[in-house]
Design a protein around this ligand. Structure first.
Ligand SMILES: *Cc1c(COP(=O)(O)O)cnc(C)c1O
Length: 392
């Protein structure tokens, strides 16, 4: 057996089942393995490396910053920290940003901000946090409480109390779930892990209205869909509904660990020194990487490519004539192919043909390539997918 795989089996906590391939390097949308084989990467490390692997500008900025300054903690000022915050604030509903290190941490922080905000009311019971079916917000105790999948939650019960779950895209079915005791509602404008499910505009509008009515905060989890993945800078721009808080993470530094809680001034003002913190977060290295990533993604041409290639891929996938395809859905370059069979074997078959894709639940193939791909890359992936689906 390969030495790396043998050591993994001896020493790594068995929370992941990994295929027998060891990657050594990447270039653009391609990954290269120890045995010399090349893969077209339509996963981007789960919607993280939006610029592709080893993007030259990103590499140069990270190398230069690593040689200059990497970490001083949040006790001191550094320029890249405010550089990323200003970029986000200038280009979103948000006024202020708190940085953390991951998506789950962004969820935790957002829920804390919401609980603190609710403390301003006279209602001591205003603590409830509402998530939705098929929603995913991370694996920590607070995030798990608003994450749907029983498999993630049940073995670790009790998770954080004071949480409830409604049905995604069913505003009429909420039936009083959101009321004056609600501190916040958290929802993905398009669900990623839960099956690549875009929200209905009316659903998000309905949530906005209910949150306004009950003075609850509306949190959009854009950890997977934010920063250009859908062809707009933020996914919620497709729906014309604004949140009070938005969480970001996956692509924000193109592969270095970072998360962010973006919020309006009214929310930010309830947080005081000492209320929240992080040792590692917002360091100059990761923030320099985020500055470069943001500047490359936030241009009309870059975003137009996401829409153009995303629409092309979706149209070509929709045209595949297979009795096993139930639906092709998604926006931009986060696409889901819902099948009437389990997709695990299809993911493996695609990999055998040099294409990496992932699942989103048992029946949905998920495509999340680098946002820099061309039509030729899309065609290369389509050729493999057509063959694999034909053999399903
Ligand atoms: C991945 C993801 C998270 C959790 O992010 P981690 O960095 O893995 O903790 C939260 N929300 C959404 C929508 C995600 O896709």
């Amino acid at each position: 057996m390969n030495n790396t795989i043998a050591l993994e089996q001896a020493h790594i906590v068995p929370t992941y089942v990994r295929p027998e391939v060891v990657f050594t390097h990447g270039e653009g949308p391609y990954l290269f393995a120890e045995d010399g084989s090349r893969y077209l990467d339509f996963t981007s490390g789960i919607a993280v490396t939006s610029l592709g692997h080893s993007h030259p500008e990103w590499v140069a900025a990270v190398q230069a910053q690593a040689a200059k300054l990497v970490h001083v903690s949040n006790l001191y000022h550094t320029e890249p920290h405010v550089g990323v915050a200003k970029r986000i604030a200038d280009n979103s509903f948000g006024d202020r940003v708190f940085f953390c290190n991951s998506g789950a941490e962004a969820t935790e922080g957002a829920l804390k901000f919401a609980r603190k905000y609710a403390k301003q009311s006279d209602n001591a019971d205003k603590v409830q946090l509402i998530g939705f079916s098929a929603g995913f917000h991370g694996r920590t105790m607070g995030a798990l409480a608003v994450t749907y999948k029983e498999k993630y939650r049940t073995p670790f019960k009790p998770v954080m109390p004071g949480a409830g779950l409604g049905t995604f895209n069913d505003i009429d079915g909420l039936d009083g779930l959101i009321d004056d005791n609600t501190a916040a509602v958290i929802v993905e404008p398009m669900q990623g892990e839960g099956g690549v499910n875009p929200a209905d505009r009316e659903f998000l509008q309905g949530l906005r209205a209910l949150c306004d009515k009950h003075d609850a905060l509306l949190i959009f989890d854009e950890v997977q869909v934010g920063l250009g993945r859908t062809g707009k800078l933020w996914a919620h721009e497709h729906f014309g509904v604004m949140p009070d808080i938005m969480t970001l993470a996956k692509p924000l530094a193109n592969g270095l660990p970072i998360g962010a809680i973006v919020c309006s001034e009214k929310v930010a003002q309830v947080m005081a020194p000492g209320d929240h913190g992080s040792t590692f977060a917002a360091g100059p290295l990761v923030c320099r990487a985020a500055e470069v990533t943001f500047d490359i993604i936030n241009t009309p041409d870059f975003l137009a490519n996401v829409t153009e290639i995303g629409d092309y891929l979706k149209a070509e996938l929709s045209a595949i004539d297979s009795p096993h395809i139930k639906q092709v859905r998604g926006i931009g370059l986060l696409l889901g192919i819902e099948m009437d069979v389990e997709v695990g074997p299809l993911v493996a078959a695609a990999r055998d043909h040099g294409l990496l894709v992932i699942s989103a639940g048992p029946n949905v193939l998920r495509l999340a390539p680098a946002l820099t791909i061309t039509k030729e890359h899309a065609d290369e992936a389509l050729a493999v997918l057509k063959q694999v689906i034909a053999n399903a």
